[in-house]
Design a protein around this ligand. Sequence first.
Ligand code: UDP
Length: 352
Amino acid sequence: MIKILTVIGARPQFIKAAALSREFKKNAEISEIIVHTGQHFDANMSDIFFEQMDIPKPDYLLGIHGLNHGAMTGQMLEKIEEVLLIEKPDWVLVYGDTNSTLAGALSAKKLHIKVAHVEAGLRSFNMQMPEEINRILTDRISDILFCPTQTAIDNLKKEGFEHFDNRMILTGDVMQDAALFYTSKMQKPAFDVPEKYVLATIHRAENTDDLKRLSGILSAMRTIAETTSVVLPIHPRTSSIIKKNELDTGRILLIEPVGYLEMVYLLEHCQMVMTDSGGLQKEAFFFSKPCITLRDQTEWVELCDHNFNVLTGTDSSKIIDTFRHHRFAENFDLNLYGRGEACRNIVNQLSK
Ligand code: UDP
């Protein structure tokens, strides 16, 4: 029996873990223990994903949230280590680029437990981003690097990973697997969904913690919302900054964060996506929708290379101009992220 201990704590990790846990359940040789660090803890940022997507109940709930980066990562390290000493897993599995990812990988590595990193090799090349620091450090101490794209493999090779003691595997993207599986289960959200709308999200620290950037985005969305509905499921961090600074949101339709099944519905029916989220840029592509990315870099460069996605940064007129005039690619048939076999590839490798 192979014992895998999965560390998750934030919304995108719940979605990825849902897809992979389904695949683990099919393999009698694998048992999975789930540790939820508590980084996201609200009902609509955490519980709803476990309920809707049938993720196994966490075996350990660490309840760590609302702290600065150092304190949060430190407390996670301490508590995850305690769990690892009890459970003694064969593998610790971490996803993406959050503090939970880094703490999970580091606490395992120090105990000589093997680390598997899903979504390895992504780079924005912006070291101001906490996510970039987390992913670089996690990659370096991972024993197996599950890369979603060839770009991710190339990034690792450029950093010399071929000379390190690890395995790099091109798997495809687990979020593609999730999108394919959950599309048939999509749910209409409990508000009046406009007939034509832009689906928007804003949550990245570089945008929310910089009022100039946040104001640029909101100003563009307000203008667009005069003629086309803008549906914005609002992340708690963004919501509290908007309230605190009394920022004008005009006719933007602000809604509470929704579960993944509602999100899939909104993706399926929207006209365009406008976001600073990593996951949502890809989901726009999975659902054949153009995407405006409200950042200066993206880890998912292949979307821009093929004109499915345009990086506008946060300049209001650039966002509006791109929305009104840019001609995006229209044929979404390209295989950029696999065809839904990423989870199977990962399980095959872990069970070797
Ligand atoms: N998402 C969701 N409900 C929402 C907003 C986003 O289910 O109200 C999903 C979204 O579809 C994507 C994931 O959450 O799958 C992205 O998470 P987030 O934007 O928090 O993180 P990132 O992808 O930037 O790491």
